[in-house]
Design a protein around this ligand. Structure first.
Ligand code: GDP
Length: 296
């Protein structure tokens, strides 16, 4: 992800740095190219426009053009402003003061919810926490068995009930209770998804949320879906309320605009990035590191 954008930005900034002295026109031309590159990477147009305006304002102020290495100064400003648009809110998980902390994963079908549930359990265990995975997607029996298989592989307990004789809210209530009885630190709920956002899905998630009282409600979004991912984040946040996002498939070759726009557009922080299909393919999110990677 971002390879194309990185190549283009590197080219633009190399040309800028090689000029020595810079005029306002040089800055304008370079920033017009930056804006184009961001749009080509599928960054939301308002986010791209505001970003470029901010970089321009700072580059023309504070003696940047009179400095010894104006090109480098501009790159530094770009790095800082990129970090700024990638930042927002708390990027770490916030545990509850009482056991268990409840984490609810929501998202559209195929976004990577079930895979992410297992990845989180593994990552939490590596940090010394215990967890249970709660299979709350009763509409798709395959989702329950997928979670059970992952749980067996990772030796993480999975709570499930017969889908014919239970309801989603019952499963969630009993699963969280099981975690409490066993003194586990996290209860991770894998909820049902659908191909599209609809009222029934949102109602189900609101019901689960009311029962589970989660400390973290994370939306799992497929970064490959571009601005659709941003729109989904907006809708889920409006309806269910989110504490964070997991951007999956960041290892893919999509253009990356979703990751660059989503926090600015929705106000919801990214907390994790999925970087592969395997259970260890989950990275904690650090805006400054991602900005460095994009400008590498
Ligand atoms: P769910 O329907 O939301 O539960 O989605 P799944 O967890 O079943 O994932 C859907 C597909 O995406 C599976 O083939 C996963 O292996 C794949 N997947 C999930 N996360 C990632 C990721 O970060 N990178 C890659 N390359 N594939 C992923």
């Amino acid at each position: 992800m971002f390879e194309n954008l990185t190549d283009k930005l590197t080219g633009i900034f190399n040309r800028l740095s090689s000029k020595g002295r810079l005029t306002e026109k040089d800055i304008d031309e370079a920033l017009a190219q930056v804006r184009r590159s961001l749009l080509e990477a599928d960054v939301n147009f308002r986010v791209a426009r505001d970003f470029v305006a901010k970089v321009k304002e700072r580059s023309l102020g504070a003696d940047v053009l009179e400095s010894l290495s104006p090109g480098q100064q501009v790159v530094k400003i770009v790095h800082e402003e990129l970090t700024e648009i990638l930042s927002g809110g708390d990027h770490r998980l916030t545990p509850s003061s009482q056991l268990p902390s409840v984490l609810m994963l929501v998202g559209l079908q195929g976004s990577g919810k079930t895979t992410t549930a297992a990845k989180l359990a593994l990552q939490l265990r590596r940090q010394g926490h215990s967890s249970i995975l709660i299979a709350a997607d009763l509409r798709r029996p395959a989702a329950i068995s997928q979670l059970q298989t992952l749980g067996r592989q990772l030796e993480v307990p999975v709570y499930s009930e017969e889908p014919q004789s239970s309801t989603v809210t019952q499963v969630v209530k009993n699963g969280v209770e099981r975690a409490r009885q066993q003194g586990l630190t996290w209860a991770i709920i894998d909820t049902g998804g659908r191909l599209h956002i609809d009222d029934e899905l949102m109602q189900e998630l609101e019901d689960v949320k009311a029962v589970a009282q989660p400390h973290e409600t994370l939306l799992v979004v497929d970064a490959m879906t571009g601005q659709d991912a941003v729109n989904a984040a907006q809708e889920f946040n409006d309806r269910v309320g989110l504490t964070g996002l997991v951007m999956t498939k960041m290892d893919g070759d999509a253009r990356g605009g979703a990751a660059l726009s989503v926090t600015r557009v929705t106000g919801v922080p990214i907390k994790f990035m999925g970087v592969g299909e395997r259970s260890d393919g989950l990275e904690a999110y650090h805006p400054d590191r991602l900005a460095s990677r994009i400008l590498a």
